[in-house]
Design a protein around this ligand. Sequence first.
Ligand code: ATP
Ligand code: MG
Length: 482
Amino acid sequence: MSSIGARRRFRSPAPPLPAATPPTRKSRRRCITATPNSVPTVIQMIDTDENQVESHESNGVKSRWNPKDVEQLRMVKEVLHMSTAPSTIVCREEEQNVVLEFCKGCVEHEKAGSLYICGCPGTGKSLSMEKVKDSLLNWATQGDFPLPDVLSVNCTSLSNTSDIFSKILGLHKALGKKGSGTPLQQLQNMYSHESPTTNMILIVADELDYLITKDRAVLHDLFMLTTFPFSRCILIGVANAIDLADRFLPRLTSLNCKPTVVNFRAYTKDQILRILEERLNELPYIVFQHQALELCARKVAAASGDMRNALCICRSAIEMLEAEIRESACSVNALEEKSSSEQNLPTAPDFVKKQEFDMVRIDHMALALSKTYRSPVVDTIQSLPHHQQIILCSSMKHFRAAKKDTILGELYKSYAAICKSSLIPPTGIMEFSNMCRVLNDQGLIKLGQSRDDKLRRVTSKIDEGDITFALQGIRFFRNCLQ
Ligand SMILES: Nc1ncnc2c1ncn2[C@@H]1O[C@H](COP(=O)(O)OP(=O)(O)OP(=O)(O)O)[C@@H](O)[C@H]1O
Ligand SMILES: [Mg+2]
């Protein structure tokens, strides 16, 4: 099975664009459109953002937001952050329902069974499983059914693939059962004999492909647990590959116990748009021009249908607006300074001072999209050796907390902490320092001068967004990036 990281590299092999610069607002009429498979080009006139705001305001629904307000900015970014669970999950009602009904049937009839959820990255599988778990427990409580025990495992977090069996057994042990043999043998033994007091167990095994061992034994044994006559397992396996069950569980197929497959298809343009709008609905103001969201949805749907990308790009478009605001503040200041030094000159024109930058427009989005899909920096980061990627990831965390720069010794501590938390042996400080030099040579960080290596100043030379986008597809970095 190919790695998720590899599968996520869907960007078009087009030549790199020049580094994206924040848009300057030359005209109030912007003219951008895009075809589904291309980066937007300027060909068609569209309405101004002002018109857009007016139409919303005349509905009396929402007010303008103020992107200069730090708190508002934080709220907007949070709503668009992939680790922020949305209050409603739209566009996955049907899939959730299939899984929920399956689980209800198992609980109601005290019958074991298995399901396999598959779909491309960012299609809402993990998110939906959280919702299904909650719904099942609510339903069981309300219907007075015995509550199933729930075991949610992200298989990437298991140090040993067979630890999944100890975890399942752990739930039974909590009920006071004792036995001998390996955890798997104990479970097999337990599920071969009637035991009316044992609760049903809902096991949600996310990133299931991590359990694929050379001999395929763990995956196979796990699913086989649901076929024992007195099994209590409702097993929901989640992974990307559509044919995992066929390829790795042939015996289950021959026993006619092949898990039912629920496919989470890549999100379409309309679905991505709806999800974005639903998330933004939680805010009391309008942040994006509608066409901007539409452009994002169209491009992401054509490229991958990965909701993580859509969210990342929207956040990056906000950063374009922020950059524009900063740039405009600088030019107003420059004009002010000039006019006060040359007394006869008028002060900065009113229209410059009053210019309001309160919407993420389609041109911001176009820039964010072109940065994301055609950035040579993203390519460079993705092709770095693993430890250098960890350094970039830790530098990002560090700069986020401590701002702007740090010293090499401190960066080493953050790097070593990430390595340790992931049970990867960190390199020594000398090798770390050499790797930083390589990153410096690649233009990804800037290393200052100092006699003592540990005291060399380190500054980031790239956007946080590029690091996030480049590494988000690699499972290892998911937790670090959030
Ligand atoms: N229907 C949706 N509504 C709101 N947000 C969504 C929806 N689907 C996905 N998202 C957002 O996208 C993120 C990624 O979704 P999720 O983790 O469920 O993907 P996945 O299918 O499990 O991907 P992977 O195969 O990489 O594990 C979620 O954390 C959530 O922020
Ligand atoms: Mg997932």
